[in-house]
Design a protein. Structure first.
Length: 350
């Protein structure tokens, strides 16, 4: 009954990310058509409901001042981890996997801080105009900044590599303000409705081009680099086609593509971090020294050590929500016995 009522009401028009009109498909899923254009998004009713809740929260928060909405979304994210057991369990599983000797209360505190940072980062994404104003006076720092400037002045490509730490998106804003158009490689979200307005929020500010992960996106990214562009790549997610490398003391499947691009393009591979400051609203933009050329495995391992150092310095700034250490099925016949919950191909109830 509820589903039938819901599907009759999906012609509502909403504001965030442009006007979207929702219609029912013959399969009973929901399709979004943006602004009368031919761009369509097809997803499930459950995905639509999640998107509705998120849009309502964002719409409400945007009525507040920036100084109030950012902490509010941090608090909402902390509350969500308590209300949605899977979220908290995933973070605690990850923390137990890499730091089993740390007291449980300490791991819980890290999970709360991580959720707070995730919530703040999310609403900052939809507040990019105001974030750009706040970033106007933030000067990039670190040895990698001079390398990047010199490389760009010479018309040569550069690759900036980071992880889900602090807020990496402030780098796009900071670089754009200084005349550097940085393209970004991104992995689409599983929820297509959320993904659509998430990407639209970047496009609305006129930042550098975004390249969707995949063969076509990789091709456009390479063309961007060949033209002397700068690319920003996040390299701390599980990649099934990657290789197992040590990350925080545990094997994690990791992509080598960032290092391979740098070697192919003779481009510096520069680790960077948007480090959230104690006030929760401001940032430092730190570009470390470029990773020395070597094999893709050696260069990627060097980045892992760089990110690990940042996480150890302030673990609450990293997105512990991602399933970084999950393992692939062995030959399609089953899993290696005795895997930690953080390593399971799918999260299991405990």
């Amino acid at each position: 009954m509820f589903r039938a009522i819901l599907l009759r009401q999906v012609t509502r028009r909403l504001e965030i990310g442009g006007v979207l009109q929702y219609v029912c498909t013959p399969r009973g899923s929901i399709m979004a058509r943006k602004g009368g254009s031919e761009t369509e998004t097809d997803g499930t009713t459950g995905q639509w409901l999640v998107d509705r809740a998120l849009r309502m929260a964002i719409w409400s928060a945007m009525r507040l001042s920036y100084e109030r909405r950012v902490p509010l979304f941090g608090a909402l994210a902390r509350a969500a981890t308590r209300a949605i057991p899977n979220f908290q369990r995933r973070m605690l599983d990850n923390l137990d996997h890499v730091w089993p000797d740390r007291p449980l209360e300490e791991r819980r505190a890290i999970a709360r801080a991580s959720a707070d940072n995730i919530g703040r980062t999310l609403i900052e994404h939809y507040s990019m105009q105001e974030l750009a104003q706040r970033m106007a006076d933030v000067e990039p720092e670190g040895p990698g900044w001079e390398v990047l400037r010199t490389t760009q002045e010479a018309g040569k490509p550069a690759i900036l590599i980071t992880g889900h730490y602090g807020n990496h998106e402030m780098a796009f804003i900071c670089l754009t303000a200084r005349g550097i158009s940085a393209g970004g490689l991104y992995r689409p979200m599983q929820n297509p409705f959320v993904n659509q307005h998430y990407v639209d929020a970047v496009a609305a500010l006129g930042l550098g081009p975004l390249f969707e992960q995949g063969r076509a996106g990789m091709g456009r990214l390479l063309r961007h680099l060949r033209g002397g562009g700068t690319a920003i790549i996040l390299n701390d997610l599980y990649v099934g086609g990657g290789i197992e490398m040590d990350f925080l003391g545990k094997p994690a499947r990791t992509a080598l593509s960032s290092a391979e691009f740098a070697l192919k393009m003779d481009a510096p591979l520069i680790p960077f971090y948007g480090i959230r400051q104690p006030d929760g609203l401001s940032f430092r933009f730190v570009l470390e020294a470029p990773i020395p050329p070597g094999t893709p495995e050696e260069m990627t391992a060097a980045f892992n050590r760089s990110l690990e150092a940042r996480i150890l310095e302030d673990p609450g700034q990293w997105f512990w929500l991602h399933r970084r250490w999950k393992r692939k099925w062995q030959g399609g016949k089953g899993m290696v016995p005795g895997l930690h919950p953080a390593e399971l191909p799918r999260q299991k109830s405990r």
